[in-house]
Design a protein. Structure first.
Length: 272
Protein backbone atom coordinates (compact mmCIF):
# COMPACT_ATOMS: atom_id res chain seq x y z
CA UNK A 1 0.00 0.00 0.00
CA UNK A 2 1.50 3.32 -1.07
CA UNK A 3 1.49 6.06 1.57
CA UNK A 4 2.27 9.74 1.10
CA UNK A 5 6.06 10.17 1.33
CA UNK A 6 7.41 12.02 4.34
CA UNK A 7 11.01 13.17 3.86
CA UNK A 8 11.97 13.48 7.54
CA UNK A 9 14.54 10.73 7.08
CA UNK A 10 16.12 12.19 3.93
CA UNK A 11 15.49 15.94 4.15
CA UNK A 12 19.13 17.03 3.93
CA UNK A 13 19.99 14.64 1.10
CA UNK A 14 16.78 15.42 -0.77
CA UNK A 15 17.33 19.17 -0.65
CA UNK A 16 20.96 18.79 -1.78
CA UNK A 17 20.12 16.42 -4.65
CA UNK A 18 17.22 18.51 -5.91
CA UNK A 19 18.67 21.99 -5.67
CA UNK A 20 22.44 21.59 -5.64
CA UNK A 21 22.81 20.00 -9.08
CA UNK A 22 22.72 20.80 -12.78
CA UNK A 23 19.30 19.13 -12.86
CA UNK A 24 18.08 21.52 -10.21
CA UNK A 25 19.50 24.56 -11.99
CA UNK A 26 17.72 23.66 -15.23
CA UNK A 27 14.49 23.06 -13.34
CA UNK A 28 14.71 26.37 -11.47
CA UNK A 29 15.52 28.36 -14.61
CA UNK A 30 12.81 26.89 -16.82
CA UNK A 31 10.02 27.01 -14.22
CA UNK A 32 10.94 30.55 -13.14
CA UNK A 33 10.39 31.71 -16.71
CA UNK A 34 6.86 30.32 -16.49
CA UNK A 35 6.29 31.96 -13.12
CA UNK A 36 7.20 35.30 -14.64
CA UNK A 37 4.46 34.72 -17.21
CA UNK A 38 2.07 33.82 -14.40
CA UNK A 39 2.88 37.01 -12.49
CA UNK A 40 2.19 39.01 -15.64
CA UNK A 41 -1.30 37.45 -15.77
CA UNK A 42 -2.13 38.35 -12.14
CA UNK A 43 -2.90 41.76 -10.63
CA UNK A 44 0.17 42.72 -8.62
CA UNK A 45 -0.75 46.19 -7.32
CA UNK A 46 -0.90 44.50 -3.91
CA UNK A 47 1.32 41.66 -2.68
CA UNK A 48 -0.05 38.29 -3.79
CA UNK A 49 -1.04 35.58 -1.34
CA UNK A 50 1.03 32.56 -2.41
CA UNK A 51 0.62 28.98 -1.18
CA UNK A 52 3.69 26.77 -1.65
CA UNK A 53 2.11 23.34 -1.11
CA UNK A 54 4.62 20.64 -0.19
CA UNK A 55 7.17 23.36 -0.77
CA UNK A 56 10.32 21.75 0.64
CA UNK A 57 12.87 24.52 1.27
CA UNK A 58 10.94 26.95 -0.94
CA UNK A 59 13.55 27.72 -3.57
CA UNK A 60 11.11 29.22 -6.08
CA UNK A 61 8.69 30.75 -3.61
CA UNK A 62 11.61 32.64 -2.08
CA UNK A 63 12.05 34.39 -5.42
CA UNK A 64 8.39 35.42 -5.16
CA UNK A 65 8.94 36.61 -1.58
CA UNK A 66 11.87 38.71 -2.80
CA UNK A 67 9.38 40.53 -5.03
CA UNK A 68 7.28 41.37 -1.97
CA UNK A 69 4.65 38.63 -2.13
CA UNK A 70 3.51 36.81 1.01
CA UNK A 71 4.00 33.04 1.13
CA UNK A 72 2.44 30.25 3.16
CA UNK A 73 4.67 27.18 2.84
CA UNK A 74 3.42 23.82 4.06
CA UNK A 75 5.16 20.46 4.15
CA UNK A 76 4.42 17.06 5.62
CA UNK A 77 8.04 16.81 6.79
CA UNK A 78 8.93 18.69 9.94
CA UNK A 79 12.63 18.24 9.11
CA UNK A 80 12.11 19.82 5.70
CA UNK A 81 10.34 22.74 7.34
CA UNK A 82 13.36 23.27 9.63
CA UNK A 83 15.63 23.39 6.57
CA UNK A 84 13.21 25.80 4.90
CA UNK A 85 13.20 28.11 7.93
CA UNK A 86 17.01 28.14 8.03
CA UNK A 87 17.32 28.90 4.32
CA UNK A 88 14.58 31.54 4.32
CA UNK A 89 16.11 33.22 7.38
CA UNK A 90 19.56 33.17 5.75
CA UNK A 91 18.05 35.09 2.83
CA UNK A 92 16.30 37.58 5.12
CA UNK A 93 12.80 36.63 4.03
CA UNK A 94 11.18 35.18 7.17
CA UNK A 95 8.83 38.14 7.55
CA UNK A 96 7.31 37.25 4.17
CA UNK A 97 6.63 33.65 5.20
CA UNK A 98 4.25 31.56 7.25
CA UNK A 99 5.47 27.97 7.72
CA UNK A 100 2.84 25.30 8.36
CA UNK A 101 3.46 21.66 9.30
CA UNK A 102 0.64 20.11 7.30
CA UNK A 103 -0.14 17.80 4.43
CA UNK A 104 -1.32 19.49 1.25
CA UNK A 105 -4.68 17.75 1.64
CA UNK A 106 -5.28 19.46 4.99
CA UNK A 107 -3.82 22.89 4.31
CA UNK A 108 -7.26 24.42 3.83
CA UNK A 109 -7.77 24.09 7.59
CA UNK A 110 -4.86 26.51 8.11
CA UNK A 111 -5.80 29.19 5.55
CA UNK A 112 -8.03 32.16 6.24
CA UNK A 113 -8.72 32.75 2.55
CA UNK A 114 -7.90 31.21 -0.85
CA UNK A 115 -4.58 32.10 -2.48
CA UNK A 116 -3.86 34.16 -5.59
CA UNK A 117 -1.19 31.66 -6.63
CA UNK A 118 -0.71 28.04 -5.57
CA UNK A 119 2.57 26.23 -6.26
CA UNK A 120 2.33 22.44 -6.31
CA UNK A 121 5.73 21.30 -7.52
CA UNK A 122 7.13 17.75 -7.58
CA UNK A 123 4.71 16.43 -4.97
CA UNK A 124 2.04 14.46 -6.83
CA UNK A 125 4.37 11.60 -7.73
CA UNK A 126 5.06 10.94 -4.02
CA UNK A 127 1.39 10.64 -3.06
CA UNK A 128 -0.97 7.68 -2.73
CA UNK A 129 -3.80 9.65 -4.40
CA UNK A 130 -2.40 12.53 -6.49
CA UNK A 131 -5.78 13.46 -7.99
CA UNK A 132 -7.36 13.93 -4.57
CA UNK A 133 -4.48 16.14 -3.44
CA UNK A 134 -4.73 18.27 -6.58
CA UNK A 135 -8.49 18.65 -6.13
CA UNK A 136 -7.95 19.80 -2.53
CA UNK A 137 -5.58 22.51 -3.75
CA UNK A 138 -7.84 23.64 -6.59
CA UNK A 139 -10.30 24.63 -3.85
CA UNK A 140 -7.62 26.86 -2.31
CA UNK A 141 -7.27 29.03 -5.44
CA UNK A 142 -9.31 32.23 -5.44
CA UNK A 143 -11.42 33.15 -8.52
CA UNK A 144 -9.04 34.56 -11.11
CA UNK A 145 -6.10 32.93 -9.34
CA UNK A 146 -3.63 30.49 -10.85
CA UNK A 147 -2.27 27.08 -9.86
CA UNK A 148 1.24 26.06 -10.94
CA UNK A 149 1.69 22.27 -11.07
CA UNK A 150 4.90 20.38 -11.79
CA UNK A 151 4.89 16.58 -11.86
CA UNK A 152 7.18 13.63 -12.66
CA UNK A 153 6.27 12.75 -16.22
CA UNK A 154 5.22 9.19 -17.02
CA UNK A 155 6.34 9.65 -20.65
CA UNK A 156 9.81 10.71 -19.55
CA UNK A 157 10.10 7.77 -17.15
CA UNK A 158 9.03 5.34 -19.86
CA UNK A 159 11.42 6.83 -22.44
CA UNK A 160 14.35 6.74 -20.00
CA UNK A 161 13.75 3.05 -19.30
CA UNK A 162 13.41 2.27 -22.99
CA UNK A 163 16.69 3.89 -24.03
CA UNK A 164 18.47 2.26 -21.07
CA UNK A 165 17.23 -1.15 -22.22
CA UNK A 166 15.11 -1.81 -19.13
CA UNK A 167 12.43 -3.54 -21.20
CA UNK A 168 11.60 -6.19 -18.60
CA UNK A 169 11.03 -3.41 -16.05
CA UNK A 170 8.74 -1.66 -18.57
CA UNK A 171 6.81 -4.87 -19.24
CA UNK A 172 6.33 -5.27 -15.48
CA UNK A 173 4.69 -1.83 -15.34
CA UNK A 174 7.76 0.05 -14.02
CA UNK A 175 7.12 -0.70 -10.31
CA UNK A 176 8.90 1.55 -7.84
CA UNK A 177 12.34 0.25 -6.89
CA UNK A 178 12.78 0.71 -3.15
CA UNK A 179 16.57 0.89 -3.38
CA UNK A 180 16.27 4.20 -5.24
CA UNK A 181 15.01 6.25 -2.30
CA UNK A 182 14.95 9.56 -4.16
CA UNK A 183 13.12 8.21 -7.20
CA UNK A 184 9.41 9.09 -7.08
CA UNK A 185 6.83 6.37 -6.52
CA UNK A 186 5.31 6.80 -9.97
CA UNK A 187 5.22 8.76 -13.18
CA UNK A 188 2.08 10.82 -13.71
CA UNK A 189 0.44 10.78 -17.13
CA UNK A 190 0.20 14.35 -18.49
CA UNK A 191 -3.18 13.85 -20.15
CA UNK A 192 -4.65 12.87 -16.78
CA UNK A 193 -3.33 16.00 -15.05
CA UNK A 194 -4.67 18.21 -17.84
CA UNK A 195 -8.05 16.48 -17.55
CA UNK A 196 -8.14 16.91 -13.76
CA UNK A 197 -7.46 20.63 -14.11
CA UNK A 198 -10.15 21.08 -16.74
CA UNK A 199 -12.67 19.01 -14.80
CA UNK A 200 -11.96 21.33 -11.86
CA UNK A 201 -13.11 24.23 -14.04
CA UNK A 202 -9.63 25.66 -14.67
CA UNK A 203 -8.34 27.00 -17.98
CA UNK A 204 -4.85 25.79 -18.89
CA UNK A 205 -2.60 28.75 -19.76
CA UNK A 206 0.69 27.02 -20.53
CA UNK A 207 2.73 23.81 -20.52
CA UNK A 208 6.49 23.33 -20.33
CA UNK A 209 8.81 20.32 -20.39
CA UNK A 210 11.42 20.40 -17.64
CA UNK A 211 14.71 18.74 -18.71
CA UNK A 212 13.57 17.63 -22.15
CA UNK A 213 16.92 16.03 -23.05
CA UNK A 214 19.48 16.64 -20.29
CA UNK A 215 18.59 13.51 -18.30
CA UNK A 216 18.87 11.31 -21.38
CA UNK A 217 22.48 12.32 -22.01
CA UNK A 218 24.95 9.63 -20.93
CA UNK A 219 27.87 10.56 -18.68
CA UNK A 220 30.13 8.48 -20.92
CA UNK A 221 29.00 10.08 -24.17
CA UNK A 222 31.46 11.96 -26.33
CA UNK A 223 30.13 15.36 -27.27
CA UNK A 224 31.01 18.99 -27.76
CA UNK A 225 29.01 21.07 -25.31
CA UNK A 226 29.09 23.15 -22.14
CA UNK A 227 26.48 23.28 -19.39
CA UNK A 228 25.61 26.81 -20.55
CA UNK A 229 24.76 25.40 -23.98
CA UNK A 230 22.63 22.68 -22.42
CA UNK A 231 20.73 25.23 -20.33
CA UNK A 232 20.17 27.48 -23.34
CA UNK A 233 18.95 24.58 -25.50
CA UNK A 234 16.62 23.37 -22.74
CA UNK A 235 15.04 26.82 -22.63
CA UNK A 236 14.74 26.82 -26.42
CA UNK A 237 13.00 23.42 -26.72
CA UNK A 238 10.99 23.18 -23.51
CA UNK A 239 7.73 24.58 -24.88
CA UNK A 240 7.87 22.83 -28.26
CA UNK A 241 6.53 19.40 -29.10
CA UNK A 242 7.65 16.65 -29.13
CA UNK A 243 10.31 17.77 -26.63
CA UNK A 244 7.79 19.22 -24.17
CA UNK A 245 6.06 15.87 -23.68
CA UNK A 246 9.39 14.08 -23.13
CA UNK A 247 10.45 16.28 -20.20
CA UNK A 248 11.39 14.35 -17.07
CA UNK A 249 8.93 16.74 -15.39
CA UNK A 250 6.12 18.76 -16.89
CA UNK A 251 5.03 22.15 -15.60
CA UNK A 252 1.46 23.19 -16.34
CA UNK A 253 -0.32 26.27 -15.05
CA UNK A 254 -4.03 27.00 -15.10
CA UNK A 255 -6.39 29.76 -14.03
CA UNK A 256 -9.65 29.60 -12.12
CA UNK A 257 -12.31 31.68 -13.91
CA UNK A 258 -13.56 34.87 -12.29
CA UNK A 259 -16.97 34.36 -10.70
CA UNK A 260 -19.69 36.48 -12.29
CA UNK A 261 -21.95 37.92 -9.59
CA UNK A 262 -25.52 36.58 -9.61
CA UNK A 263 -27.04 40.05 -9.35
CA UNK A 264 -25.08 41.10 -12.45
CA UNK A 265 -26.52 38.17 -14.40
CA UNK A 266 -30.04 38.99 -13.17
CA UNK A 267 -29.57 42.65 -14.09
CA UNK A 268 -28.58 41.69 -17.63
CA UNK A 269 -31.63 39.49 -17.89
CA UNK A 270 -33.92 42.30 -16.67
CA UNK A 271 -32.41 44.77 -19.13
CA UNK A 272 -32.68 42.25 -21.94
Amino acid sequence: MIEDRNFDDLAQKFAKNIYGTAKGQIRQTVVWQDLQQILAALPTEQPLAVLDAGGGVGQLSQKLAELGHRVTLCDLSGEMLKLAEQDIAKNGLLEQYRLVHSSVQEIGEHLEAPADLVLFHAVMEWLADPQDALNCLLEQVKPGGIISVMFYNYNGLLFKNLICGNLTHVEEGMPHRKRFKLQPYQGIKPEEVYQWLEEGGFNILGKTGVRTFHDYMRDTMVGDYTFEQVLEMEQKLCRQEPYLSLGRYIHVYAQKPHVVATDTINSKKDNG
